[in-house]
Design a binder for this molecule. Structure first.
Ligand code: NAP
Length: 498
């Protein structure tokens, strides 16, 4: 990259002190890449006592990644041992733990260290990071890998505190609570609620799936890999590459992103036909079928993949309850129609505060610029990575990145390759600071918001994709456009300060 500071006379290379916040999928990636480069001093801050991010936090029954397992792996660490086409959550957690072990990342991680604030000092040109014990540490560069869907959203349901049984959010699963033979009510019909209900059907004495809004369901078979297949993957990694880079999966991603950015595209009509047929074919009782028919377009809310959900909710011990909740009573869930769904266990699969990103960490940039203020009413970041007034501060999977039905690992790897190129002039001491130009973000947001309103996410439903202004916050262009725009930073987009 040609930087405006590159005319400086060949200065000595710099060893940067780099802080990575978060030891989930993206933070581990950054740590591995920086450790391999071997140039810089690294500290990874992790608030919990284990790595894993979303796969550590979510342990609910039925947790499965609906992105094909071989595509949900680091490009440099394929895993021939996945047990099935879609991997269960605990197996994914073990994969990340194994990668951390293989790449010897653990010694770089400060566990149990929650970051409270990051403050940029204009004079010293350093970031001071303060943890929840009040300890300060200075860094040249901050990489925020703090995750996307992280902070549970608790529903404001009257009487919630009065429930007499066990009650918890899906991302705070209480494994001490017995499930077998109990009456269980699950609130929420996103990917999480659907996976939980599919897993608990047949175990609970009575299972209620309470859904304010029914969802479109895309069938997705999940076949186990045989030992012979796993041996073949071990013997020939090309077979794994065929799954993750071959036409079948990449074609799906291309067609899906084309569909979501153009609600009238033939690819979108294809999706609509599949999910409609799935509903017609799978739900026998016409009354239930109509109750489960969404009144918005497929993929407006994040599409749900399941091949057994409709079967499970038609079992005699399971009831799909479509409608609004009046309140929670000690005995169960009182619906607006007056019925009471009596339960011993209440599971809140009610989603996440999707606009938090780095927050609640307080981030103060150049001139004491306040991230919270900059992100009011809604967060944005150039390519989901950089922000004006926050020099040498980079995000992985920050706001406006492509969060959808494909691999976030791939997205993070592309973003990391982009960040590496921005770190290079710092490491060559060609400049001390790299900062996004304010007009770069302004122009990006103008284009982005116009395009986002036209995506399927903006076609008239509520979902976590929408920001506080009602604009879909996810990347509104094709997958290829993301790959292209993150391939190489444009020097004109940034200020390089010597
Ligand atoms: P979600 O998609 O945001 O769904 C939350 C659900 O809770 C919705 O059905 C919502 O109803 C309901 N809800 C919220 N407040 C409510 C209230 N006061 N009363 C009644 N219902 C209420 O959350 P999620 O299911 O946890 O999924 C979030 C995202 O995580 C997914 O979209 C996906 O990106 C990711 N995820 C991925 C996988 C995977 O396999 N890769 C698995 C799980 C999750 P309304 O629709 O009416 O608002």
């Amino acid at each position: 990259m040609d930087t405006s500071a590159s005319t400086l006379a060949a200065p000595a290379p710099r060893r940067l002190r780099i802080a990575i916040i978060g030891a989930g999928m993206a933070g581990i990636l950054a740590a591995i890449r920086l450790k391999e480069a071997g140039t810089h001093e690294l500290v990874v801050f992790e608030k919990a006592d284990r790595i894993g991010g979303t796969w550590r936090e979510n342990t609910y029954p039925g947790l499965t990644c609906d992105v094909p397992a071989h595509a949900y792996t680091y490009s440099f660490a394929p895993n021939p041992d996945w047990s099935s086409f879609l991997a269960p959550g605990p197996e994914i957690q073990r994969y990340f733990e194994d990668v951390v072990r293989r790449y010897a990342i653990a010694p770089l991680i400060r566990f149990g260290c929650a970051i409270r604030s990051c403050r940029f000092d204009d004079t010293r040109r350093l970031w001071t990071i303060t943890d929840d014990q009040g300890r300060d540490d200075d860094f040249d560069v901050v990489i925020a890998a703090t995750g996307v869907l992280h902070h549970p959203s608790m529903p404001a349901l009257p009487g919630l505190g009065e429930f007499a049984g066990a009650c918890f959010h899906s991302a705070r699963w209480d494994h001490g609570v017995a499930l077998d033979g109990r009456r269980i009510a699950v609130v929420g019909s996103g990917s999480t609620g659907v996976q939980i209900v599919s897993a608990l059907a047949g175990r609970a004495a009575r299972l209620y799936h309470i859904q304010r809004t029914p969802q479109w369901i895309m069938p997705m078979p999940n076949e186990p890999y045989s030992e012979a297949q796993r041996a073949a993957f071990r013997a020939d990694p090309g077979l794994i590459d065929e799954i993750r880079y071959g036409e079948h999966y990449t074609g799906l991603v291309r067609r899906f992103t084309r569909a979501i950015i153009d609600a009238d595209a033939p690819e979108m009509h294809e999706i609509e036909t599949i999910v409609r047929d799935n509903l017609e074919r799978s739900v026998r009782d016409p009354q239930l079928r109509e109750a489960l028919r969404p009144n918005y377009r497929a993929a407006c809310k994040r599409l749900i993949y399941s091949s057994d959900y409709y079967d499970k909710i038609q079992q005699p011990d399971v009831e799909a309850v479509v409608g609004a909740i009046e309140c929670i009573e000690p005995e169960g869930v009182r619906m607006k129609d007056g019925s009471l769904k009596e339960a011993d266990v209440l599971v809140l699969a009610t989603g996440f505060q999707a606009d938090r990103f780095v927050r609640p960490i307080k981030v103060r940039g150049r001139g004491a610029a306040d991230l919270d203020a900059q992100w009011t009413p809604s967060p944005s970041a150039y390519l989901g990575i950089t922000l004006p007034s926050f020099p040498n501060f980079f995000m992985l999977n920050g706001p406006t990145g492509p969060v959808g039905n494909f691999s976030l690992i791939d997205i993070a790897e592309r973003q990391w390759a982009y960040i590496e190129q921005l770190l290079a002039p710092l490491a060559r001491a060609e400049c001390a600071l790299v900062e996004l130009r304010a007009d770069t973000l302004r122009a990006y947001d103008e284009r982005r918001i116009t395009a986002a309103r036209r995506t399927i996410f903006g076609s008239g439903c509520s979902s976590w994709y929408l920001d506080a202004t009602g604009v879909p916050a996810s990347w509104p262009w094709t997958y290829e456009a993301f790959a292209e725009q993150t391939a190489k930073p444009q020097a004109g987009d940034y200020l390089f300060t010597a």
